[in-house]
Design a protein around this ligand. Sequence first.
Ligand code: SF4
Length: 374
Amino acid sequence: MSGQEPTSCCAIKVYRLNHGTANEGTTSRSSQRLGPVNKPSMGCRADGQFSNSIARPRLLRVSRPCGNAYNCRVDNQTVSLQLIVRDMSAVTPPLHTLHSRHYRDNKFVYPVLSRRSKGISLGVNLNPDKICNFDCIYCQVDRRSEAETDFVDLQQVLDELRHLLEIATNGQLYADEPFCQVPEHLRRLNDIAFSGDGEPTTYRNFDEIISQVAQLKDELGLAATKMVLITNASMFHRPAVERGLALLDQHQGEIWAKLDAGTADYYHLIDRTKIPFQQILDNISAAAKIRPLVIQSLFMRVNSEPPTVTELEAYCDRLNEILTAGGQLSLIQVYTVSRTPAESYVASLSNQEVDAIATLVRQRTGLPTEAYYA
Ligand code: SF4
């Protein structure tokens, strides 16, 4: 993530309420294009409700089922009026924080505006069962709600991906909420990311899906589009995963491997897995000898405590050991918690703290390092 934020658009939405039912009317990014709208007009309050100024005061309740798709109800059975939301940014979180893994009726493929990618990333969720071999204390996956399916239907993955690749490249994706908010300069397809509700490389046919997605890219004339594997590196030693990584190498693949600690104790505290720390280090080191890896490292406050200097220095030592063993690391991404974590005792670091870690890593390893904030 570069820290480059999408600007919130000042969307104007018009709702026509007939007989107590709210129907979305015209949507425009410019009030000038709409022209005057029948009175009464409604003011938007920061608490997500609308109050009006017509003769008999009335409160409109507003819910936000997803993105900016606002629905309205009015406490009157037969009312006909128009509602103008003048500034959706007052009630709309920044789009890059909306990393919903749901898009329309899709089960496996979802678009997100990615700060790191500076564009649209199409996520492929190979873990719809929400099972992961890590249990990170900062994980954002909502495991309280039931999984929709625990079976990866390869053909459906490919169908959903084909459709999203098409609409992300022909512009149709930006016609509707919430992606109509994406600023022009970020309306670009950046990558296909294998990242979901668990560790993607635990998917049994990992090499097959990488192969099929690569073929699909070629067929659609998108061979140059990157494929990004976001992984905890725990399964790199499996033959099917080794084959999948090799296919990524041949098809514009990038591997972003997680490393959240410098010591085994801190690793187990943060990532809560039975997989030994040394296994992760060995896997990263072996994979990095074949191609350059991006390392993703998330640091946070745990019970109000940031990582100690000793821990951070040990983390830098692990990176240096990978380099000394002949591993190639193209980038270190230092970031912090930016969405609701699994555990309530986890909190984000300040921008200054993230910057200080990035500086330490740069100084002690000489590696290119980028900082991403909460
Ligand atoms: S590896 Fe990823 S999906 Fe698995 S628990 Fe950690 S953050 Fe969540």
